[in-house]
Write a protein that binds this ligand. Sequence first.
Ligand code: ZN
Length: 412
Amino acid sequence: MTQPTCRFCHAPLTLDLIDLGEQPLSNAYLTQAQLDSGKEGVYPLHVRVCEACWLVQADDPVAHEAIFDDDYAYFSSYSPGWVAHAKRYAEAMKARFGLDADSLVAEVASNDGYLLQHFVAMDVPVLGIEPTANTAAVAIDKGVPTEVAFFNAATATALAGRGIRADLMAANNVLAHVPDIADFVAGFPILLKPQGVLTFEFPHLLKLIELVQFDTIYHEHFSYLSLLAVEKVLAANGMKAFDVEQLPTHGGSLRLFCAHEGADHAETEALRDIRAAEAAAGLDSRTPYESFTARAEAVRDGLVAFLDRAEAEGRRVAAYGAAAKGNTFLNYAHIAAPRIEAVFDANVHKQGRYLPGSHVPILAPSEIATVRPDYLIILPWNLKDEIVAQMAMIRDWGGRFVIAVPEIEVID
Ligand SMILES: [Zn+2]
C-alpha cells in the first residue's frame, strides 16, 4: 500500500489517530430487501494525523458520490434542537453585523433551508448552495433560493460572474465533510465582500480527543479540525480568523469568524484563548494523538461489558437515535441485533429500515411501549437532554437511559 499523503499540504501521513476497521457507510440504512440480499459494502475507516500541518484526516477510499447520493437520508429540519440553534445564529448575526434588506447571506451546504429560512423571515436576502437535489427542492419550496452545486473555487467563480457577493457566508458543519478542503475554502474569498464575514462551525478536535469521541468519526467526515489546522488553511487562501465562540453542538464545536486578511475585524481574546488551550493540550505534538486509540478501546470495552451484564440479568436493551455516531460505535465494538433489540428514531425516512452493519431494526418512537426496554442507550449523546425529555415514558415501566461516551453512565 502506498503511503497516504495530507490532502492539504501533501506531506506523508506517518501518525495514526485511530483505525476503526472496515465499516459500512454510516448513513446507509438498509431496507428489508437489502438486508435479505446479504450484500453490504464496507470501507476502511482510518484516521491519520499530518505532522507537518496537524490536519487530522480520514483515508479517502469512498467516492463522495457514494455518500451524497440522491437517497441522502439526512434532512436537517428533523431535529427541533438543531432548528432552534440555527434561529439563534440568524438573530445573532443580523444584530452583530447589521444585516438588512440590502445584504446577502449565502450558506454552503444549506440542506433543506433549516438556517436560511430564519433570515428570510427577517427580510434579509439569502442564497443557499446545496449539492443534493432532493434537499434543495425542499428548501426552494420553503422560499429559500438554492443553487444545486458542490461548493468549491469553480462554483464560487461562476456565482461571482453573475454579480453575486455576500456580506455573510455560513458553512456550518460542512468544513469537516468536504473531501478537498483546499479547493473548498478557496471558494470563500471569491464570493465574500471586502468587509464580509464567514463563519464555520465544526466539531472541535480538542473535545474529540479530551472526551474520547471516537464515534464522531465516520466516512462522511473527512477532517477532524483544530483551530491550529484551520488557521493554516485560511492563511493559504488570504483569509484570517478573528473571533470564535464555543458551542455545545456535536459534543463541543467551534464557531469561527473569518474574513479577508486585510479586513477591519480585530482579533479577539476568545480566539487567543482557544489557541492557548490547543497549545496546552499539545495539539502541535504527537502526544495526544498517540494515546487516543487505547482510550477509545477502553470506552468500547465499557459498553460491551455493560451489555454482557444486562444480558446476564435478563434485561431488555434498546437504543435511541439512528445516527452516524451510533453506527461507528456499534460496528467498532461488533455489537449487533439482537443484543440491541431495536433503535427508535423520529425520522420517518429511517423507520422500517435497519442500521448498517449492526442490522438493528429502526422503529418509530411510539413503538417503544411494545418493546418496553429496561435500558435505552442514547447513541447521539450530544442530544441527551432532548431525548431524555422526549422518551420519559420509559420510566413508567422502570426503564433507564444509558450513555456510553466518554464512559458508561446509567441515568437515574
Ligand atoms: Zn498536512
